[in-house]
Structures are given as C-alpha cells and as structure tokens.
Design a protein around this ligand. Structure first.
Ligand code: ADP
Ligand code: MG
Ligand code: MG
Length: 929
C-alpha cells in the first residue's frame, strides 16, 4: 500500500507532463507482450504498460518460476479502445492472433481443439491493484465440443463440466451482463435435486445439467446463444475487461485512491492451470508476512479442489496455509522457497496467488502486499533489521497517510474488560471500532451524513459496498477469511475489520442479527477490536493510541515496541528530507505535542485563537466596542499581559525553535455575538419590561454588530487591513511578543520570534505595519533592558501578494504561503460554501481533487512558484514556508519540495506524516516505484 501510494503520486504527476501517454501510435508500437518458456518480453519495470499483474507475471517468468505461459495486451490498448469507441484496430487484432499462435506452440494444446483444447484465463490488471474492482474470466476456450475433449484428455468428466459451467457463469456475468443470481439460482436447484451440500458434491451428470440450464439462462437473458467460437469468446472477453475499467465501482475506487482514469488496464491472457481436478489440487492466496500486524510469518489460505475466486468469494471457508504443509508437503516447501525469493527480489512483502494442479505448483500473481499502517511500520523496520532494504528504501515503503492509523485511539482496556465478548471473528484489520449497526452501504453513507458513527455489518462485503465501507467506523462480516474482500479492503483503508464471525445470523431483510441468543437491531451499538477479533454489544469508550501515550509521557518509550519503530522510521526520514517541518499551533499544549511529534518550529500561531480563551472575550469585545482610541487602548492594555503569557508559553514549549506569530486576522464581528441572537435577546428583554443596564448593553452591542456587518467578510475588513486601521492592535501584539521573548532570553533560551502580517497584497501595507513593529520592538527592548533578534514577514495569500512578491520582499524577511485563503481567492471559491458544488465538480471530473485538501498545482501552485521566484530575486536568503491545510498533505508536500520552500507547517497530528512525506519528496527523484 505504501509503495502504491508513492508510486501513484508520481504517476499522477508524470501524467500531466506526458501527453504521450494519451495518444499512443497504434501502428508503430508493440502492444502485446508474451511470457512463457522461461522468457518474457516484459519485466518488473513495465507496470505502466503491462499493469502490475502483467509485469509480475513477466518478472516471475524471467526468474524461471513456474508460471503458466500467456501474453499481456498493454494498457495503451485500453486507451485506444476508449478513443475508438470500443473498436480495436485490425493491426492490434493481428498482433493478438499471432500471440495466441505462439501460446499454442509454447503450451501444446490448441484453442478450441476437441482433442487437446487450450483453456485460458482473461485477467484484468492495472498499474495499481484494485482488488475485485474489475473482471477476470477463467476457462475460456470451452464449448460443447472442447469440453468433451477436456474430459477425454483428463479422464475426469466432473472436472471438465465443472470448468465449463464456471466459464459460462463468468462469461455470462462479465461479458453478457447477466446477474450472478440467475446462475446461482440454477445451481442451487440442481444441488437440491441431487441432495448435494457443496458445489464439490455435484457429479458429472449433475454438472451437465447445470451447464444445460446455464446455456438456457444465457439464451433467455442475453437474447443470443452462448458463443461457441473460442476466438469470438476471447475478443468479447477482452473487450469486457476493458469495459470493466469504467464500471461504477472501479471509478469510485479510483476516486477514493486518487488513481487517474487515463492509465487504463492491461488484459492478461494466460493458459489455465487447474486447482479443481480433485483432491491433489488446490488454489490459494497468501502473504510473505502478516499484513495486519506485520509479524514475520507465512500467512494465507487455500482450498482443496477449487478454482480461483473460490478462496476470496467466501463460499467455502478456506484452510490456513500451514495446513498445506501437512497435505502437500512438497508443493508447500516449494511455495515457501519461491515466495521468500520473491520477497528478497522485490524487497517488499509479497501478496501472491498460486494454484496446485495434481501436486504441481504454479504461480499466478505476485505484488507488493497491501497492509495496515501498523504493519507497514513494523515491516519497514524489520526489513532494515534483516538487511533486506536500506533505511532509505524503508522510508519509501510507508505511506505517510498510513501513520494516521497508528495515532488513532484504541479502547480503554478497563472499559473493554467489563463487557462480555458476544462473538469472535477473524482479526482482519486492527483498530478499535464502535458505532451503530447498519446493514447496507447506502445506509452507512446516509447515517454518516447525519453525523452518526456506524459499523457496517454484512454477511460478506462485495466490491459495490465500497462507499459504505469508506465511511463506516468498522466492518464486520459473518463469512469470508482473512483474504476476503472485506479483509483486503479494510486493511487497505486502515478500517478496523473483523470478518468471518460465523456466529452472527444476519437477517439483512429484517435489519437485525442474532448472536448467541441476543438480537441486535439496526441502530444498536456494537464495538469490536480488529486486532483480536472480539465483538461486543455495547458502546465502548476509546483511549489514546500507544504512540500518543508515549508522546504525552504516560507510557515509557521502552515499553512500546511500536513507538520505537515509529520513531526509528521518522528519524530515518529526517535524514533524507530537505524541507523543514513546522506545526500550526496556537496554545502551549498544542505546541508541546507538535514538538514531541518532531515539529521544529511553529509556522502559524493564530493570536486570535487566544482571544477566545476563558474570560477574554469580554475584554476583546470592549476593545471592539470602544468608540475612542483611548478606550480601545485601555482594553488592549488588559489584553497585553494575557497575550504575553500565551506567547511565553508557546515559545517555551518550542525550546528555542522558530515561532511564527500572526497578528490578528479575522473580521472583528467574529468576536461578537450573532446579530440574530442579539435581536432575540433584546426583544426578550424589552418584552420582559426591563430597562436596566443589561438592555442598554445589548442594544449597544447590537448596534455595533450592525455597524460591523459585512456582505463578504472573507473579503472585508480583516488581516492587515485591521492593523492599518487600528494600529494600536499591532502595537499591543508586538509588545506582547517582544516582552515574552525577552523574558525567555533572560531565562537562557534564545528565541527569535517571527512576526507575520496576514493578507498583504501591497508592499506598502507591509511597510506600514513593519514600521509599527520596529518602533514598538525598540521601545519594548529598551524597557526590558534586553536585546533580541526578531523577524518581520508576511503571509502570501492574496494572489496580488505573489505577483508583487518582488517588491514585498524588500520589507519581508520571510514569506509564508497561506494556501487556504490563496485557494479561496484564486478560484473565487468560498471555502465555507464550496462543499455544495465541489463534489459535483469531482464527479464530473472538472476537478480531480478537492483543491482545499490537495494543492492545485496548475493554478495556486503557479502563484506559489511566482511568489518564490520574485521574492528570492529581491532577497536571495528569503525564508519561505507554507502554513495552509496543505502543509500536511503528502501530494502537496511533494510540490512544495519541488517549489523550493524551506518548510511546511502542518497540524500537530500531521507532523509525523509530513516528516515522512518530505523525505519521500526528496528521495523521489532517485528512487522510483
Ligand atoms: P483479481 O485481480 O481480482 O485477483 P485475477 O486475474 O488474479 O483477478 O484472477 C482471479 C483468480 O483466478 C485468481 O485467484 C487466480 O487464482 C485465478 N486464475 C487466474 N488466471 C488463472 C490461470 N491461468 N489458471 C488458474 N487460475 C487462474
Ligand atoms: Mg489476483
Ligand atoms: Mg489567511
């Protein structure tokens, strides 16, 4: 997961600069890549073209591993398919036909032969794995004649017809778009009639019956006969896989994971091997390490006498992989050797698929395993300890966003102990989840929008549930194993998940489930622990994560293994990054937390947040209501010692690191009560016949509120405009800052405060304010008898500020890009109102991402670059940072690194992620995906 996220970021960047990716030349280029017979046209570095699956198959083939031969139709063909409105140029068709011939020659059997038929799988596979989102078809090449050939050749009629009916079902569903239930209905009917419990209990005669029924379903539903020509089957399957790239769930998945649409999927056509020929055959999936905890243990599941999807579909419950050692020791040993080799080769945990046909092992897929944030940190540090990777490589193995999971709360163990365990499932994805039960993905979304916290409870999840899984606190299923859909997706999203809790009798229709005699209805609270699999019927309070406990000093670092690993990884990251990481913190305790997380500076301390502190609002209001400057100064004098103490606390918490303090920014009416509320109160007091002071005060307040009312407060009297109209506010704040710094300096801590003027667009605005700051600073230092260094700078957040940066830098000793306001002002989107339409913009692909969450590189980014360039031209040593929300966003951090900033400033909890992202940004040039 980690690697994928980093790679993805690089992909979305390169896509913008590489229009070639969109317009391949169908005539001159190779579009089909063969693998087989110990050699492949492709390799691991060709994920863009071959997709992850295709490049893995090529790499494994080249390494001499047992991989069934086949060929990969490149992702470019997918784009051509869409550009040409669903048509593939004849040249590419010919290239595919030539590869079918080559495959027949390498493999032996022939497509459609009645003597020795070649069967193939047609598998989707994009650059980034999208589990279960697209389609795959197995056993292609079977028809009414070749199925008899398969029977003759294998002497196994049951197997031949089992394969045929699977093929018709998959083809019918994926290509002809017939609902799965239509087929399942028939197989259930046959099972009932023949008294079979499992699919594997059906004999040849029963399966022949199933095949006949399936064909009838096809001709009735698709209004055509099931295609008998294998070449037609292949073409139709290929196109269906291309179409699956644009199915709703794949689109949704790409939206969530920020994967661009234009990269397309490859199609892999591969000779079938069979895990369903009998008890000496099997199919399975696994990981080289535990993807939930990161523990170094062989991990996975398999099913005897089964094919492909059976393991993940949750139809039969698979066996843990160590059982394979007992039933097929030779194949098991070989599997362990191969997968260990793959892990060393790829220098990362591998997630693999295999099939054993008559005790002979075949590898069908390998890729970097998706893992939880917890596991990512454990694995990265373990791989370094085992000397498989260097610290530099380890830093690239962890997705910065995944660190959030390590900071997420867990249950308070004492509270948790009090409640009995209702049932236990498989611990698929760690974390503490507590919420109200819902039974459908849509309901999960609906309730979450109403502000509820929900747990999605399903018999098993399907890819269509993805939107509900995304919003839920956790996912709980009754069937399925550790590699079921719910488990895989849960881990990837970092969602606590418990799967296969077999005791749950779920009745989705009645919106309830029963467990051990208790009935739980929709809306009832449940809680579960994704690390142990325990489920409880109650709401359980959570407690801070282990890492936070260490950071807060409640737990000794020696006592927490995960803290030590976290710290080790981030210390490595610090070695490679060039960007400084600061935090946005307004109060001493926030500053202390940020420092503990590794922030070595404060990029934004918002002084007005201090105005909201206890007992201060009345003073602030008096300042605002003052009718004369003298009255205003009186109120400001009261505020001065309070602000000075605040600043002193923040400076002290940062132990001498730079602290950037912004002078007052918001429009003043934010500190006054709301107009409507005041009107109601005045009316109430009038009605009560009161004529005392209270009514007078309220009336005066209302009048001032009305005076201060603005049509567009965000564009109104705020920022530097306040300092210019009320210089005494700037004076007071400067005095408080300088006095606090002097005091700390006297106590032996050198601190260089950076005084930051917001919302500057004109050089003369800053000049005006700087004159005040300098004058007061000199006065204050003289009065204190202490000399300190301080800087005066500005926020660049008005587009004009960037454009005029050259002139502004004559006075500014530093810049800090305020990318929140700058995004707002560049787009003309009000941040508070944009929610309404931004979602639709994203749906319609007018915007790929929310520009308030991830920097708009083309627009706002261009202004940042202009500001940097012009500012540094005037003042080459200009210190430049960013303090918007984007300072904690990994993709944005990559941009800020490239733009040559000195530091990013993020919220305290995002500081670890920012440290890691900054390192990855610095390493990205050298280390690819
Ligand atoms: P996904 O990307 O959803 O995992 P795959 O293309 O990997 O889809 O195929 C799904 C399943 O089908 C895999 O578990 C694999 O075991 C099985 N499969 C695919 N190709 C073959 C093949 N050539 N022989 C046997 N099984 C196959
Ligand atoms: Mg697969
Ligand atoms: Mg601002």
């Amino acid at each position: 997961m980690a690697k994928r996220a980093t790679a993805k970021r690089q992909a979305s960047r390169s896509s913008k600069t590489n229009p070639k990716a969109l317009s391949p030349n169908p005539k001159s280029r190779k579009h089909v890549y063969f693998f087989g017979g110990g050699k492949a046209d492709g390799n691991r570095h060709m994920k863009d073209l071959l997709g992850g699956k295709g490049s893995g198959l090529a790499e494994m083939t080249n390494a001499g591993l047992p991989v069934p031969p086949g060929f990969t139709i490149s992702t470019e063909v997918c784009n051509i398919y869409y550009q040409q409105k669903g048509k593939i140029p004849p040249a590419i068709d010919r290239e595919i036909a030539a590869n079918v011939k080559r495959l027949e020659k390498t493999a032996g059997p022939t497509l459609g032969s009645t003597e020795n038929p070649l069967l193939v799988s047609v598998r989707s596979g994009a650059k980034f794995s999208m589990p279960g989102m697209m389609d795959t078809i197995l056993n292609l090449g079977l028809n009414d004649d070749s199925v008899e050939g398969l029977k003759r050749r294998t002497q196994n009629g049951r197997f031949a017809f089992d394969s045929y009916r699977r093929f018709i079902q998959m083809f019918g569903n994926v290509v002809l778009e017939i609902p799965k239930e239509a087929f399942e209905h028939e197989v259930e009917a046959v099972k009932k009639a023949s008294g079979a419990k499992l699919d594997t209990d059906l004999d040849e005669a029963a399966l022949r019956d199933v095949v006949a029924r399936y064909k009838a379903v096809v001709s009735k539903r698709a209004k055509r006969e099931f295609p008998q020509d294998p070449h037609e089957q292949l073409t139709m399957a290929r196109d269906a896989v291309f179409r699956s790239w644009m199915n709703a769930r794949a689109i949704e998945y790409r939206r969530i994971y920020d994967i661009p649409d234009h990269i397309g999927t490859a199609v892999n056509v591969q000779m079938m091997v069979f895990g369903n020929t009998g008890d000496r055959s099997a199919t399975g999936v696994g990981f080289t390490r535990n993807p939930a905890t990161g523990a170094k243990e062989f991990y996975g599941e398999f099913l005897i006498n089964a094919q492909g999807e059976d393991v993940v579909a949750g139809i039969r419950t698979p066996q843990p992989i160590r059982e394979l050692e007992r039933v097929m020791p030779k194949a098991y040993k070989q599997l362990r050797q191969i997968t260990t080799r793959l892990e060393r080769h790829y220098k990362d945990v591998q997630d693999f698929e295999f099939t054993i046909q008559d005790e002979q092992l075949f590898m069908l897929q390998t890729r970097s395993g998706k893992r939880t944030g917890y596991a990512a940190v454990v694995i990265a540090t373990d791989l370094v300890a085992e000397k498989l990777v260097t610290p530099k490589e380890a830093v690239l193995l962890v997705d910065p966003d995944a660190l959030d999971q390590l900071l997420a709360p867990g249950f308070d163990p004492d509270e948790w102990k009090k409640i009995p365990v209702a049932t236990k499932g498989l611990p698929a994805s760690p974390g503490a989840a507590s919420g109200q039960v819902v039974f459908t993905a849509d309901q999960a979304v609906e309730w979450t929008e109403q502000g509820k916290q929900v747990i999605l409870v399903r018999r098993e999840t399907v890819p269509d549930d993805i939107h509900g899984m995304f919003v839920a606190q956790g996912i709980l299923t009754a069937t399925g194993g550790m590699t079921s859909h719910a488990a895989v997706v849960g881990r990837q999203m970092g969602k606590p998940s418990v799967v296969g809790a077999g005791d749950l009798e779920i009745n989705e229709g009645r919106k309830q489930f029963r467990v051990k005699g208790q009935t739980v209805k929709e809306g009832d609270y449940i809680s579960f622990n994704g690390l142990t699999g325990e489920v409880k019927i109650a709401r359980v309070a959570s407690k801070p994560s282990e890492i936070l406990q260490v950071v807060d000093g409640a737990l000794a670092p020696e006592k927490s293994d995960i803290y030590r690993r976290f710290e080790t990884l981030l210390t490595w990251a610090d070695k490679f990054r060039r960007l400084g990481v600061y935090a946005n913190a307004d109060l001493p305790d926030q500053a202390a937390l940020a420092y503990a997380f590794g922030a070595r500076g404060i990029g934004l301390c918002r002084t007005e947040h201090m105005f909201f502190g206890e007992g201060r609002i009345p003073i602030v209001q008096r300042m605002i209501l003052a009718e004369t400057e003298a009255d205003r100064r009186k109120a400001l004098d009261e505020l001065l010692p309070l602000q000075r103490d605040d600043f002193y606390g923040v400076f002290k918490a940062m132990r001498g690191c730079p602290v950037t303090i912004r002078t007052i920014d918001p429009p003043l009416h934010e500190f006054l009560p709301k107009r409507e509320e005041l009107m109601v109160e005045v009316a109430r007091l009038e009605a009560a016949g009161s004529d005392g002071r209270e009514l007078d005060d309220k009336r005066r307040l209302l009048q001032r509120v009305e005076q201060l009312h603005e049509f567009n407060p965000m564009l109104g009297h705020r920022g530097v405009r306040l300092g210019i109209t009320y210089p005494e506010i700037t004076e007071m704040q400067t005095r408080a800052i300088i006095e606090a710094a002097c005091r700390l300096n006297r106590e032996g801590v050198t601190i260089v405060p950076e005084i930051m003027i917001p919302l500057v667009g004109l050089a003369k605005e800053l000049r005006d304010q700087k004159a005040i700051v300098d004058r007061i600073a000199v006065e204050a230092m003289k009065a204190q008898g202490t000399r300190i260094k301080y800087l005066v700078g500005t926020m660049i957040e008005v587009p004009r500020g960037s454009l005029a940066a050259g002139e502004i830098a004559q006075d500014a000793e530093f810049f800090s890009f305020g990318t929140n306001d700058m995004t707002q002002l560049t787009f003309g989107f009000s941040r508070d109102d944009a929610g309404k339409f931004l979602k639709i913009y994203q749906e319609k692909k007018i915007l790929e991402k929310d520009p308030f969450a991830s920097i708009d590189v083309e627009g706002v980014g261009a202004l940042v670059r202009i500001g940097v360039e012009r500012g540094r031209k005037t003042r080459p040593t200009l210190k430049i940072g960013i303090c918007g929300e984007h300072g904690g966003d990994a993709a944005s951090i990559h941009f800020f690194h490239q733009a040559g900033l000195n530091y990013v400033s993020a919220s305290p909890y995002r500081v670890p992620a920012a440290r890691l992202a900054a390192a990855q940004a610095a390493l990205a040039v050298r280390v690819g995906d």
